[in-house]
Design a binder for this molecule. Structure first.
Ligand code: AMP
Ligand code: ZN
Ligand code: FE
Ligand code: FE
Length: 281
């Protein structure tokens, strides 16, 4: 049992597992959260809810609360807009259909990226990427892993910088929703829509219109937010009467150095606030 570090939050509401591009299985993630002394953890995989069930089982064993979540990607004025959906109804056939479409688009994009790598004389097969994919939501980190394994790069970050990140030669944009579509998918499925890490792409200009479309919260604390961002988005959340949430965006050790589980988050009672809000849908 690791002693709980004093600087960890009670609940980390933004985490990825092997069901998308994280390195830990839902069970491993929950066990780690428990060892660190967290009381709650949000499972927010990209375009899939497949990790919930396993996480909840582990959560019962570890007596740690699981927040059912998802992360969708949209685009606005050429910038990435990520939207977290909490307590979306996992039995919604509409949600299932939308998520399947998004995952399918991820598959096509992976093939396009491999074609572009090929044009750069970087030979990575689909199978070599698939070795790193454990769930149904494929992402660039899986390709970066394959690049690393084949010795083309020394780290995941180098893979993004040299080959598949924005502006790099094998970059292919992912199919993206509009923010309105993202918010609608979540609200249609009775979830709570929260704007993820707005500081990463300075999204404050869009917030007023997204609130009108049904946005209900802002992720104020996040591993890529600076103190300035926290202050700015906290003030905006107050102004529009939005929930303030927080999470690390943990993907596993070594994916982004310095991003530790529980290092960003919220007090555990925020989970009840989010749950209560979902009941009003
Ligand atoms: P995708 O969803 O396929 O576009 O991949 C985006 C994911 O890649 C993000 O969720 C991050 O986890 C990861 N990512 C993006 N940029 C970097 C980077 N420079 N280094 C490591 N991981 C990155
Ligand atoms: Zn990710
Ligand atoms: Fe994100
Ligand atoms: Fe994320």
């Amino acid at each position: 049992m690791v002693n709980s570090a004093p600087n960890l939050y009670e609940a980390d509401l933004h985490c990825h597992t092997t069901e998308s591009d994280g390195l830990l299985t839902p069970t491993e993630l929950v066990h780690l959260a428990s060892e660190l002394g967290l009381k709650g953890v949000g499972i927010t995989d990209h375009d899939t809810i497949a990790g919930w069930k396993e996480a909840e089982k582990a959560g019962v064993d570890d007596q740690i609360r699981i927040l059912r979540g998802i992360e969708l990607s949209a685009e606005w004025q050429g910038k990435e807009v990520h939207i977290l959906g909490y307590f979306v109804d996992g039995s919604s056939s509409y949600l299932d259909e939308q998520l399947r479409g998004l995952r399918k688009a991820r598959e096509h994009r992976m093939l396009e990226i491999l074609d572009r790598l090929e044009a750069q004389k970087i030979h990575i097969s689909v199978g070599e990427v698939r070795k790193f994919v454990h769930g149904e939501s494929i992402g660039r980190p899986h390709i970066a892993h394959a690049l690393m394994e084949r010795g083309y790069v020394k780290s995941i970050s180098e893979g993004f910088d040299r080959y598949i990140g924005l502006g790099a030669p094998a970059y292919v944009p992912r199919y993206k929703l509009t923010p309105e579509e993202g918010i609608n998918i979540i609200r249609e499925a009775n979830g709570v829509a929260v704007l993820a890490h707005p500081g990463v792409h300075r999204l404050e200009g869009g917030i007023p219109e997204w609130v009108k479309m049904g946005l209900q919260g802002i992720e104020v604390l996040h591993s890529e937010h600076k103190l300035d961002d926290e202050k700015r988005y906290h003030a905006i959340a107050q102004q529009y009467n939005l929930l303030t949430t927080g999470g690390s965006d943990f993907h596993g050790e070594g994916i982004k150095p310095g991003v530790v589980l529980g290092g960003w988050g919220v007090p555990i009672d925020i989970l009840d606030q989010i749950y209560d809000l979902a009941q009003l849908n």
